[in-house]
Design a protein around this ligand. Structure first.
Ligand code: CMC
Length: 441
């Protein structure tokens, strides 16, 4: 399929071939193989050339959870898990969180560069003018039960959007591709707000295009009888920072899911809906919800040691702790702690904060957590902020999904434009029965 890469194309890093190689000796055959190393990796297909006989299917690598397998090359986000570094397109997350807006960061992720003032104005205008959803989507949301989890509502409604925009299938053409990206970023807060209002039985609030992206989201969540909703600027900015911190995190579970679905050339609504499904899981974006439930269950500081013992015995996991990539403090958690102070100035201190702070203190001194390199991750404090701002726990992963949408789309598009992309199709090690027959029984 010919793909229109448009302008500007997403620049992929060039393989730096320094002539490095890996020499492997197959002890089964005594043969030696010299495998090129590019960018610190070998191609798994090189290992597949290692065979004991002509009919041998070749050596496979076994890597559940992709612990040591790079499935893509990406120029979007860089993480150094040992050093606690996170950068979007080269910019440290600390600088972006301090100086940029969420839509600027979205532009950076998608286009590779921060927007000029003119580009930002056009981008904001474009997003703002796609915040409304088709009236039938409202009816669709009406069909959910009153206690439907908003993540389920979000996932299904995003998938349903593909039926409203059939041109979304034209993923190879720049203009329709860009339009769906704009629509998705613009409509996520609207769907999220409607999902919440449906759950609490309040009338839906239509987008207010005079407000900022986050200000408008707060409007769609909380507006009641006032003629115009006036968001608190501190809370508006806090949410903006939280969205920035969640905007991308390279090849995490949901982003990989979006890329896998995208590799089949599905439309972006279907791919992002699948990403929302992955994010819903308690080990991923659902963790912030679990953190709050855990803190509520612990209930008081004096019950922390008992909880820590249960974690260490393997009975429980300490939610909001640990990360596949970060083996030191998650840099996002550090920024979030600062945001928490700002928010609590406005909302009053969340009483669960004392439990969280003490839990962190005890865990960071405990041998089990130190030796396992378990530190607070982004989800440990975000839930406390969301709760203080009035969001019910069920909305926490939804907030994560709004923030992550530009990252999903940047990665989806990068995959699409990558000449190396192939439909994702992992191999397996078959461990079932050899051939057998019904007559053998
Ligand atoms: N509490 C207690 N022990 C833990 C925890 C935890 N939160 N996380 C990992 N461990 C232990 C685990 O038991 C194992 O111990 P051992 O080697 O003795 O068997 C070791 O650490 C390695 O764990 P793993 O499950 O192999 O590590 P992983 O890289 O596969 O899992 C993780 C990463 C995030 C799923 C995991 O740390 C976890 O379940 N954390 C709690 C859930 C959570 O907070 N998730 C949010 C992640 S950040 C936001 C996002 O990107 O989604």
């Amino acid at each position: 399929m010919a793909i229109d890469t448009g302008t500007p194309p997403v620049a992929l890093p060039r393989a730096t071939d320094r002539g490095e190689t890996l020499t492997v000796r197959d002890d089964r055959t005594g043969k030696t193989y010299v495998i090129p190393i590019h960018d610190g990796a070998i191609r798994a297909t090189e290992l597949n050339k290692i065979r004991t006989a002509a009919d041998d299917p070749g050596l496979l690598t076994y890597d559940p959870g992709f612990m040591a397998t790079a499935a893509v090359k990406s120029a979007v986000t860089y993480i150094d898990g040992d050093a606690g570094i996170l950068r979007y397109r080269g910019y440290p997350i600390e600088e972006l969180a301090e100086k940029c807006g969420f839509l600027e960061v979205s532009h950076l992720l998608l286009e590779g560069e921060l927007p000029t003032d003119q580009e930002l104005a056009a981008w904001q205008d474009d997003i703002t003018h796609h915040t409304f959803i088709h009236e039938n989507i409202k009816k669709f949301i009406d069909g959910f039960r009153h206690d439907a989890h908003p993540m389920g509502v979000l996932m299904s409604t995003v998938a349903a959007l593909s039926t409203f925009y059939p041109e979304a299938k034209r993923i190879s053409d720049v203009a329709p591709r860009h339009k769906q990206i704009v629509r998705l970023i613009a409509k996520m807060p609207t769907i999220a707000g409607f999902a919440y209002r449906h759950a609490v039985g309040l009338p839906y609030v239509y987008p207010d295009n005079d407000l900022s992206y986050t200000g408008n989201f707060l409007n769609m969540m909380w507006k009641t009888t006032e003629l115009k909703y006036d968001p608190d600027p501190i809370l508006e900015r806090a949410l903006e920072v939280l969205f920035i911190l969640h905007a991308d995190h390279e090849q995490n579970c949901s982003t990989s899911t979006v890329r896998v679905v995208g590799s089949a050339r599905s439309d972006p609504y279907s791919a992002v809906a699948a990403g929302v499904g992955a994010l819903y899981g308690p080990l991923h974006g659902g963790a912030n919800e679990q953190v709050l439930r855990m803190l509520e269950e612990i209930g008081s500081v004096d019950r922390i040691p008992e909880h820590i013992e249960r974690v260490k015995s393997g009975e429980l996991r300490l939610m909001g702790f640990g990360h596949r990539v970060y083996k030191s403090y998650d840099p996002r958690a550090r920024i979030i702690k600062k945001v928490a102070d700002d928010v609590f100035e406005v909302t009053g201190r969340n009483p669960l904060l004392d439990i969280a702070l003490e839990l962190e203190k005890i865990a960071l001194e405990d041998d089990y957590f130190v030796s396992h390199k378990l530190y607070p991750n982004v989800d440990f404090y975000s839930g406390l902020i969301y709760q203080a701002m009035g969001f019910p726990v069920e909305m926490f992963p939804v907030l994560f999904a709004i923030g992550r949408t530009p990252g999903w789309l940047a990665q989806w598009q990068e995959g699409l434009l990558d000449p190396d992309q192939k439909i994702a199709r992992p191999r397996q090690l078959y461990i079932g029965h050899a051939e057998r027959h019904l007559d053998d029984v």
